[in-house]
Design a protein around this ligand. Sequence first.
Ligand code: ATP
Ligand code: MG
Length: 351
Amino acid sequence: MKYHEPRLISFTNAFVVTALYILFFILGSLIISPDRLKDLYLLLYLVVSAMILFLVSFFVFRFTLEKFIYSKIRLIYKSIHNIKRKKDEGRHQRIDSRLLDEVNQEVEEWQLEKSEEIEQLRQLEKYRREFIGNVSHELKTPLFNIQGYILTLLDGGLEDSSVNMEYLRRTEKSIERLIQVVEDLDEIAQLESGQIQLRIIRFDLVALTKEVIELLEMKADKKGIKLACSRQDKPVYVEGDQEKIRQVLTNLIENSIRYGSKKGRTKVSFFDMDEYILTEVTDNGIGIEPEEISRVFERFYRAQRGRATFAKGKGLGLAIVKHILEAHHQTVNVRSTIGVGTTFGFTMKKV
Ligand SMILES: Nc1ncnc2c1ncn2[C@@H]1O[C@H](COP(=O)(O)OP(=O)(O)OP(=O)(O)O)[C@@H](O)[C@H]1O
Ligand SMILES: [Mg+2]
């Protein structure tokens, strides 16, 4: 923002007043007697009086102007300063002749801060709207299914032995899905609000991985996928909540089976990184499009190819993984190539 300093305005005004004075003086002298202008004393008087007039009017203008501007601006300045002071306690609150510079600077800072805040709020609002839309969609589908099955049963299906058991089973499946969505959302909400207390213990990450692999082997077999762990015998002790890390490994390995290719393979590998251990889950499945990679950790986000491969996904597994690892102050990353495969990696602190 540009503004004219009172000093410059006062200088210009004083200059104009003095110029007018000199002009009128000369004109007056010419009218009275042109010869007077040849009088050296009179010229000296003109120069000295013009200088005095210039200085006096400069200071009078400046004083009046500053007083006027400051009185108008002081209130705005104080309001902005007070808002800023809440975040910026240590800063001085001086109001002196550099006031305009400070106001200018503070207004600029304030404007920048506010526009950033507005942008963040806009993003949050967009995110909130999308989130509510996703939740209602996720809940509506199984609810409508349940309603359909029950209505059919009430309309006589209950007595029809060829459909009654099947419809009850499907109702139960839809209820199970509802429970899963609500439980996942509840878990994310608790992790986000920091309500979940992690039970930090020392445990062997390799042994835990082997347990998870054993549990998921049946699922993998159905798709002809081989699950493998790179470090079979050497334990790696880490610090963390064992059950939550079990959930992380389960979600990642389950995804590698869901989105893996038939007769493919999933490998869990460990890499030493000084204080940390990096665990990577690699598959040779469908892969994720580059423009979608950054979004897979968002709640309810499902990549195009993933949705086509496995329709029942909720898009919540990776959001939970990310939250669990963030609660452990650890990171998770992903790299993927279409038609080659995907690798999810996360770190844990060694002990
Ligand atoms: N190993 C993988 N290979 C390819 N795509 C993947 C892989 N893992 C995740 N994705 C993509 O990321 C999306 C989000 O994964 P996420 O685990 O959060 O949800 P989901 O598997 O669809 O459902 P759920 O909540 O039941 O886990 C998936 O829908 C899929 O498109
Ligand atoms: Mg998943």
